[in-house]
Design a protein around this ligand. Structure first.
Ligand SMILES: [Zn+2]
Length: 157
């Protein structure tokens, strides 16, 4: 395979070129991170996998995302992870997702806050936008919760 790079794997290079990737998107699918990959900063983003009984349990296995630490920004890692797990995550509150993402440290916590926050708590004053009734602009139906959940049932497409 790669004859020139004796240290960097094909998977590692793909991450550098193409951004955070799922295991199936790697050129050498099914390979595990080698020791050198780890030493070269190849990391796994998999919130909710730590501490048994996480608040994201029940998602089934979420798809993990590989990235290169100090090269990829938390925002793009988070976006990638969210986009490949969207259907699994839509049953969870933004608060639960934010809580688990925050385990990855301050940078991820801040990126997560940008994406999911500000986090409001239902029952503590202000109505949470995710739990409010909304009228669909496409079909006119009133639904409760996130638009992403209504979409599969939407008749206005
Ligand atoms: Zn609709």
């Amino acid at each position: 395979m790669a004859t020139n790079g004796r240290q960097r794997s094909t998977n590692w290079k793909a991450l550098m070129d193409r951004g955070p990737l799922t295991p199936n998107e790697l050129p050498n699918r099914g390979t595990r991170r080698s020791y050198k990959d780890r030493m070269n900063g190849m990391c796994v983003f998999n919130p909710g996998s730590r501490n048994g009984g996480s608040s994201l349990s029940g998602t089934g296995q979420t798809t993990i995302v590989y990235y290169i630490t100090d090269h990829h920004e938390p925002e793009e890692i988070l976006d990638k992870w969210y986009s490949v797990n969207k259907d699994k995550l839509e049953d969870f509150s933004e608060k639960a997702i934010h809580y688990r993402v925050s385990e990855y440290g301050k940078k991820f916590r801040e990126a997560s806050y940008e994406k999911f926050g500000p986090i409001s708590t239902p029952g503590c004053g202000g109505a949470n936008k995710d739990y409010r009734d909304q009228k669909c602009k496409k079909c006119g139906e009133v639904f409760t919760g996130q638009f992403a959940k209504h979409l599969p049932k939407c008749s206005g497409r």
